[in-house]
Design a protein around this ligand. Sequence first.
Ligand code: PLP
Length: 284
Amino acid sequence: RTVYLNGDYLPETEAKISIFDRGFLMADGVYEVTSVLDGKLIDFGGHCVRLARSLSELEMQNPHSDAEWLAIHRELVAKNAITDGMVYLQVTRGNPGDRDFAYPSEDVTPTVVLFTQNKPGLADNPVAKVGFKVISIPDIRWGRRDIKTVQLLYPSMGKMAAKKAGVDDSWFVEEGVVTEGTSNNAYIVKGNKIITRALSSDILHGITRAAVLRFAVEAQMEVEERAFSIAEAQAADEAFITSASAFVMPVVEIDGASVGTGKPGHIVARLREIYLDEMRKAAV
Ligand code: PLP
């Protein structure tokens, strides 16, 4: 695989980073994951806007313009001959040459890493026909979940808890209501209404969430942005998650209880179809 590191395209075995990089020592960095379908980038503008916001919240300079980011993404997709897959981008605060809690001075240059993952048939994932099963676990993450940092240990623990329970993912619960999934936003459907938690620092501002809610309104569905409990989700007609890599994925079981018929519902199927159609059209 060819990867990108600080301006160079290199074989992955030749890409080397300092042990003093703050991404390594302090999880001091942010990331984005952009899907590639038919060789094109999905919702690239959305990723650029969020990347800029994450960097600014952490008082880091954005090392590239959106046009430069696009050129790097395209070059990597081409070099790795990706038709369907992902581009992972990470910017860390870089290597100050020693370990210190305080941020280094601004002349320390950020470390920029990008790599691709090949996922043939990404949009035809057969799991979308079956749906996810999830369990709930307490949300004990930090309070700035709106910043897409590389500090992903608790989400990893959530995935492991799901794996051990024989299900697909975990939903985080705080103060009796769902915040989001380990790496996705969470929704329920009641009649014609889509219900999902409102944006705040309690959740990541999913760019798939923004697009799906826009398409839902355009398709004459109702959208209500409020929190819901596990009990309310178990009693809903349908449930689903969204993320840039899973797109729109039905959730058919929560803590052992079937949602609706226990099969993916028609509203979720429709949203997935609209999302994929529209985003393919807008891909760059
Ligand atoms: N919530 C969390 C915690 C995530 O990690 C992610 C994606 O990685 C999402 C939500 C979904 O965001 P997006 O739709 O931008 O991929």
